[in-house]
Ligand binder design. Structure first.
Ligand code: NAP
Ligand code: GLV
Length: 309
């Protein structure tokens, strides 16, 4: 007889792969797809679940989010006292480091310009840039942001970071809190957004904050689309204040076909792919955490509902 019941729901991932993987990793459990009216489970493993699921699953011991960002869950009316546990890296930080380093280097080394030149059959050189003129600022120094900051620092860029609480990271000039946001932005030419989406960070990349970035600045948004005010970013690019942007996340996903970001000559669009949820790493992490919770131990990745991340 199974001693545990795990209910699974995902708006995006393939349940035909996730449920057998969870079942194999936690053989003592019965893992099933959530449906309306299903019996109440011990644990829920979810991505963007409907409110109805949480309303019906009263008595859960914990809710596991199969992503790092919990903004979709935080919009719901969550059951009081039930811990929400996010993915804690699970193979995402190395992907994010690859993506951001690629975007930083592509911009700094003008590889986009060289691609255009060589496609047109031009053998032409661009003047080498001085990396001291391209300080990289990471908004958010959490699981992903710290790894990204350290990876970018490997290429000898000056690196800044901004977080809610004070940090000390070798090779990174750390700023914290709203009082130091302007100083952080003024000290950054390439800004990477790796903040969670919360009421405090929603629309943080607005005209007034973009204006503080160094002229010729570059934005890389790999967090959530709602961090950026789309019209303000377009205005900053079109005025020449910003040189370009690489955007992986958008207010509406998929990015609507008529959105100006698709065709803007200085915007690179990717389809929310900078750090994917990796099934085997994620399932192994969730299985380890359920075993820890079952034996009364604490786990990493607990979400603080008051902070929203
Ligand atoms: P995390 O570990 O929770 O780190 C969040 C960081 O942001 C922390 O350093 C935190 O400061 C800081 N922060 C939060 N609110 C702040 C505020 N109001 N002011 C200043 N700093 C603030 O999150 P993570 O795992 O690094 O992930 C970050 C986000 O990346 C996720 O929430 C998700 O939206 C996004 N993401 C995107 C993808 C993708 O494929 N595009 C993949 C995974 C994740 P403290 O350290 O002081 O708490
Ligand atoms: C992806 O965007 C995540 O939050 O894991």
């Amino acid at each position: 007889m199974p001693t545990l019941h795990i209910t699974y729901y995902s708006a995006d991932f393939d349940e035909d792969r996730w449920i057998p993987a969870l079942q194999a990793a936690i053989p003592e459990a019965r893992v099933s797809l959530w449906q309306s009216g299903a019996p109440v489970a011990d644990y829920a493993v979810v991505w963007k679940p409907p409110q109805q699921m949480l309303d019906e699953q009263a008595g859960l011991k914990a809710i596991f989010n199969t992503g790092a960002g919990v903004d979709a869950l935080m919009k719901l009316n969550l059951p009081a006292g039930v811990p929400v546990i996010r993915l804690d890296d699970a193979g995402m930080s190395v992907q994010m480091a690859e993506y951001v380093c690629h975007a930083v280097i592509r911009h700094f080394r003008e590889l986009d310009g060289y691609e255009a030149d060589t496609a047109a059959g031009h053998w032409s050189y661009r003047k080498p840039r001085n990396r001291a003129d391209y300080p990289v600022g990471i908004l958010g120094l959490g699981v992903l942001g710290e790894r990204v900051a350290k990876a970018v620092a490997q290429f000898d860029f000056p690196v800044r970071g901004w977080s809610r609480s004070p940090k000390a990271i070798a090779g990174v000039q750390c700023f914290q809190g709203p009082a130091q946001l302007q100083d952080f932005l003024a000290a950054s030419r390439i800004v990477v957004c790796l903040l969670p989406l919360t009421p405090e960070t929603d629309s943080i990349l607005s005209a007034s904050n973009l204006a503080v970035m160094r002229p010729g600045g570059y934005l890389i948004n790999v967090a959530r689309g709602a961090h950026v005010v789309d019209a303000d970013l377009l205005a900053a690019l079109d005025s020449g204040h910003l040189a370009g942007a690489t955007l992986d996340v958008f207010r509406t996903e998929p990015l609507p076909a008529d959105h100006p970001f698709w065709v803007h000559p200085r915007i690179t669009v990717t389809p929310h792919t900078s750090a994917r949820t990796l099934r085997s790493e994620s399932v192994a992490q969730i299985a380890r955490k359920i075993a820890a919770l079952q034996s009364g131990q604490g786990v990493a990745g607990l979400v603080d509902a008051g902070r929203g991340y």
